[in-house]
Design a protein. Structure first.
Length: 215
């Protein structure tokens, strides 16, 4: 089984408002991401939101938006670390996953242009490298690439779970990829969406304009 962790615990300081609740294609940014991930063939989704003393409207509202999507097999967990970074949220999501999962996909909550097709391709590449019943472990990290640049989401075999939970402080997932470079399977020509996240208002306006052009 492949599980997904959607990172949705950011404070959106650079955007000036909670970016995950901004409109996108008739839904919200986080709704678009969750919908594509769910349609991409994962067996379960854990969305990590900010909890604890998060400013009003930054964590609870994202939880409400996710809960209202009606996405099956979606669990919402709160990262109560006031100084939460990406690694902290990934660990929070991992703790909510069953110990026997085959692998876990880490997706960013502010990448509304990723598609279910991409996630399907990543899972297919992972399973081709790690066929069921095989005693030999294949390459266990699938990373999409566009014009020789790596992006998100990233799919990891479950054997990396202990390392993510106990190590990588200060280096994050980049440190994991560097430490296991021989185990990385790049998915080429994955498209520019894998490099695009929306941090600033101009990022959002530009992405909306591109969406309208495609339509």
């Amino acid at each position: 089984m492949i599980h997904a962790i959607i990172l949705a615990a950011g404070l959106s300081r650079r955007m000036g408002q909670q970016k995950l609740l901004l409109p996108w294609a008739g839904r919200t940014l986080i709704g678009q991401v969750a919908g594509q991930v769910a349609a991409g063939g994962v067996d379960r989704i854990v969305a990590v939101v900010r909890g604890g003393d998060a400013p009003a409207g930054r964590g609870a509202d994202v939880s409400e938006a996710l809960a209202g999507l009606g996405v099956e097999r979606l669990e919402i967990v709160a990262n109560t670390d006031a100084d939460a970074d990406m690694l902290s949220s990934i660990r929070c999501g991992l703790r909510a996953l069953p110990g026997d999962c085959e692998g876990f996909l880490v997706a960013l909550g502010d990448q509304p242009t990723i598609t279910a097709v991409l996630i399907d391709r990543m899972i297919a590449a992972f399973r081709k490298s790690n066929p069921a019943g095989s005693r030999a472990a294949g390459r266990g990290i699938v990373v999409p690439a566009h014009q020789h640049r790596r992006g998100h989401p990233i799919l990891f075999a479950s054997r990396y779970r202990p390392e993510v939970l106990t190590g990588l402080d200060g280096v994050g997932l980049r440190g994991l990829l560097a430490a296991h470079a021989e185990d990385v399977l790049e998915l080429p020509e994955a498209g520019p969406a894998i490099l695009t996240d929306l941090d600033w208002p101009e990022d959002y306006r530009r992405a909306l304009a591109e969406l309208q052009d495609k339509r």
